[in-house]
Design a protein around this ligand. Sequence first.
Ligand SMILES: NC(=O)c1ccc[n+]([C@@H]2O[C@H](COP(=O)([O-])OP(=O)(O)OC[C@H]3O[C@@H](n4cnc5c(N)ncnc54)[C@H](O)[C@@H]3O)[C@@H](O)[C@H]2O)c1
Ligand SMILES: O=c1ccn([C@@H]2O[C@H](COP(=O)(O)OP(=O)(O)O[C@H]3OC[C@@H](O)[C@H](O)[C@H]3O)[C@@H](O)[C@H]2O)c(=O)[nH]1
Length: 346
Amino acid sequence: MATNTANGEHQTTTKPPPLPSPLRFSKFFQSNMRILVTGGAGFIGSHLVDKLMENEKNEVIVADNYFTGSKDNLKKWIGHPRFELIRHDVTEPLLIEVDQIYHLACPASPIFYKYNPVKTIKTNVIGTLNMLGLAKRVGARILLTSTSEVYGDPLVHPQPESYWGNVNPIGVRSCYDEGKRVAETLMFDYHRQHGIEIRIARIFNTYGPRMNIDDGRVVSNFIAQAIRDEPLTVQLPGTQTRSFCYVSDMVDGLIRLMEGENTGPINIGNPGEFTMLELAETVKELINPEVEIKMVDNTPDDPRQRKPDITKAKELLGWEPKIKLRDGLPLMEEDFRHRLGVAKKK
Ligand SMILES: NC(=O)c1ccc[n+]([C@@H]2O[C@H](COP(=O)([O-])OP(=O)(O)OC[C@H]3O[C@@H](n4cnc5c(N)ncnc54)[C@H](O)[C@@H]3O)[C@@H](O)[C@H]2O)c1
Ligand SMILES: O=c1ccn([C@@H]2O[C@H](COP(=O)(O)OP(=O)(O)O[C@H]3OC[C@@H](O)[C@H](O)[C@H]3O)[C@@H](O)[C@H]2O)c(=O)[nH]1
């Protein structure tokens, strides 16, 4: 039975998890682990699929509506006997037999989640309800990719999982911030009420190859701008901080959480904290020393600081990030140059 230490108290449920299909108990049935990845055509999801497919005991099913993801991210698996790709919007129920659910379906870039806020909160609330209903029906373990945004504009720094956050309930980011908070609430309510095996990851800013080049997030923006010889657009005040985790470290953390015995929530991120000006200077130094840095306006409710306390990830998952920002950025530059067809200047 999974245990959790949410907010410092033990909230282990007394309810047993629902039984999976009787076929799973057949001593002759050599089954694969059937894993659903919602949002698997996206940035983190497609890297997660790559890692899961390395294990020949895994069958992976991706459900994605391609709002921000792309089949291109999964092209090497399409047609593989252990892989299936379904065009599906998680705001509609999904009836399939699976053993694990990695629930990543949600636009992550603020530009995209603010584009249709009602759809974003539907995806987070109704989408998570549908996935929890599926988990209950088939007896699957379910992992939610929550976010550091549940801490809002944090007044506690760095952020431990016991911090309840400082979130605007009616702002332009609330569709995402509050949507993810409700998703976490639903996860714990299904855990306590129905014994569902849940895992909650609070993901901090993640970067790497396959990010949408023009999705508006800071690392993808700065790298694309540096490659295109465009000014790096630092949004005011420029002293706000973020902590950046390379995607392969993130995927390793998610799998350890799913395979472990702790419900979370557990922060998964790199505690290396930088201001946006420091990030711009690093991109300039590593990718294009000639590029300008330009200060531009910011958007409402932008958090002023963010840094994960990863004590729980270290102690409960035996996980910590390995790739430093200065080592990860060139890997992302290589991917962007390839996709943009812009070679590095000699
Ligand atoms: N990348 C980060 O820095 C970061 C940080 C914190 C949390 N997260 C979370 O991790 C998950 C993946 O993020 P990402 O960076 O890969 O983003 P992404 O936008 O690349 O991937 C999200 C995927 O979900 C799909 N999707 C969106 N709405 C859907 C819906 N209603 N039905 C089905 N599919 C839908 C998109 O098409 C896309 O493939 C998200 O839940 C996000 O909130 C990401
Ligand atoms: O071009 C840019 C873009 C962004 N920024 C700044 O960079 C910082 C990070 O902004 P991003 O849009 O990359 O990402 P955010 O930190 O707002 O959200 C990110 O982390 C939390 C996750 O849940 C979200 O999915 C992810 O997008 C902000 O302070 C923003 O103002 C710039 O300075 N220039």
